[in-house]
Design a protein around this ligand. Sequence first.
Ligand SMILES: Nc1ncnc2c1ncn2[C@@H]1O[C@H](COP(=O)(O)OP(=O)(O)O)[C@@H](O)[C@H]1O
Ligand SMILES: [Mg+2]
Length: 232
Amino acid sequence: MIRPANSTIVSCRNVTKTFRQGSTDVMALRGVDLDVFAGQLTLLVGPSGCGKTTLLSVIAGILDQTAGEISVLDQDLNHFSPTDKVLFRGREIGFVFQHYNLLPALTAVENAAVPLIIAGQPRRRAIEKSRELLESMGMADRLDSRPSKLSGGEQQRVAIARALVHEPRLVVCDEPTSALDGHTGHKIMESLRQIAVRPDRAVLVVTHDNRVFDLGDRIAHLDDGKITQIEE
Ligand SMILES: Nc1ncnc2c1ncn2[C@@H]1O[C@H](COP(=O)(O)OP(=O)(O)O)[C@@H](O)[C@H]1O
Ligand SMILES: [Mg+2]
């Protein structure tokens, strides 16, 4: 189903998350209200330890929130069985991590094809799609390189291609530029913006790199587990 531009892809209402550590509770999220819209790059910014990764994890269904409501594409992931949750995530959500998390034994084009192969697509079609995507990202001469032969920026491009190859409607990225120098980080964010943001897709990027703030359509500020400000 194609959604109209700016439809709501993620909605969080009064979301809390408490981690139990020994006999103490760490309250990482203290009542988060946040909407993430299709057709936009939303940045989630805030100091280290304020709950950014926790919020991404509950939105993506990797962690369960303690209280509050989250809907992703109008679904409440808490109502899914563990298997259905994994299937939903595999189909609808793409992830980009800080440290790329590529498989060292696979080439660039194979790494980016992994979500399609997991989804059961024939290998040749999966590789073909991955190749086209990587080529569109300026990686035509790196397709057959293994991660150890790629620069940080190139590895992150492969990781972004892997997050997009199955055409998910939500893409979440946790500090995708923090392991890169400023110039490379900015270029990665520009290409993420260019290639990932589509009318039917929302992109949510956690960053505390203020050099990329200018690229966001919306900037949500998180501090001590609460959204303090949203800049449009
Ligand atoms: N698995 C965990 N167990 C206990 N405490 C955690 C866990 N994950 C995160 N926290 C705590 O929750 C708070 C928010 O962490 P996090 O979401 O990683 O922040 P950020 O990504 O903004 O740096 C921190 O105080 C952190 O120590
Ligand atoms: Mg974090």
